[in-house]
Design a protein around this ligand. Structure first.
Ligand code: PAF
Length: 281
């Protein structure tokens, strides 16, 4: 596996390995089986002559001043072992100075989708995400980029970014991988104490309840949202939002939940913030 720490090293590697297509998985490291499913999907899409490229970069510009940038886990050696087992070909592991050269001042406006839901709670977050992903795409030049559905708003905004800015890359959204109790796999799950870990399962239980109600014909947005919040709140989590939205526009269904719909949840457990979603069609 090739480890490239600079942009020029990665570009050199990419030129020398020219052949099949490049499939890209951007990450912030602290890899888990959820990332494993993305990298394995990349391997299938790349085939034996293509390249699976993974970036590991904890991007400072997408964290707010009070957020967990400094404590974000950085187990690089473990990450490398995972990537080798998942058959990645190349890892791009730049420093912040490499990604943001002194004087670099450009950023990408994520548009209206960037200021709702997580964008309202984490101002500037999606500007940071779009900017770093645009830069990574300019370096890696992949045919496809694979993102996880857990970060639902992120994958939607990045699809808009590549469409609106005519970037020649296909964005593929991969299903969320879950723990046996349904908790969506996330690098931030490792912050949870054993008690909090047990409480966190309530997020998926609440989403599954909403899906069950929806399948049974319930369309009352207020009742579904109240039921979601109640279930998560009872487990001891602080709910930031629990909403039924249109999955393409993120418009919140205020009265009647229509089809298609995504149930979106953000909640905190102590200082850990968790998000999850379920799409129903
Ligand atoms: O989802 C993530 O891990 C990050 O937001 C991403 C897409 C790698 C950009 O820093």
């Amino acid at each position: 596996m090739n480890i490239c720490k600079t942009i020029s090293e990665f570009r050199r590697y990419r030129r020398s390995a020219a052949g099949g297509k490049v499939i890209f998985v951007p990450t912030m490291g602290a890899l888990h089986e959820g990332h494993g499913s993305l990298v394995r999907m990349a391997r299938r899409l790349a085939g034996s002559d293509g390249i699976v490229a993974v970036s590991i970069f904890v991007n400072p510009t997408q964290f707010g001043p009070q957020e967990d940038f400094h404590k974000y886990p950085r187990p690089f050696e473990q990450d490398l072992a995972h990537l080798a087992a998942w058959e990645a070909d190349a890892v791009f592991f730049p420093s912040p100075e490499e990604m943001y050269a002194p004087g670099s001042a450009m950023s990408i406006d994520p548009g209206p989708l960037g200021s709702v839901l997580d964008g309202a709670i984490r101002p500037g977050h999606f500007r940071g995400v779009c900017t770093v992903v645009a830069k990574l795409l300019g370096i890696v030049e992949p045919a496809s980029m694979i993102l996880g559905q857990k970060d639902f708003q992120q994958q939607l905004i990045l699809k808009h970014m590549v469409r609106d800015l005519n970037m020649p890359v296909e964005v593929v959204t991969a299903p969320t991988l879950r723990e046996p109790d349904g908790l969506a796999m996330s690098s931030r799950n490792r912050y949870l104490s054993p008690d909090q870990r047990a409480q966190a399962g309530s997020i998926y239980q609440a989403l599954s309840w909403a899906r069950h109600e929806y399948s049974g014909g319930v369309r009352d947005a207020g009742a579904l949202e109240a039921g979601l919040s109640e279930r998560i709140g009872q487990a001891g989590l602080e709910v930031q939002y629990a909403l039924a939205c249109h999955p393409e526009t993120l418009e919140v269904y205020r009265q009647t939940v229509a089809t298609p719909c995504v149930f979106l949840i953000a909640a905190t457990l102590g200082t850990t913030r968790l998000i999850d979603n379920l799409v129903v069609a």
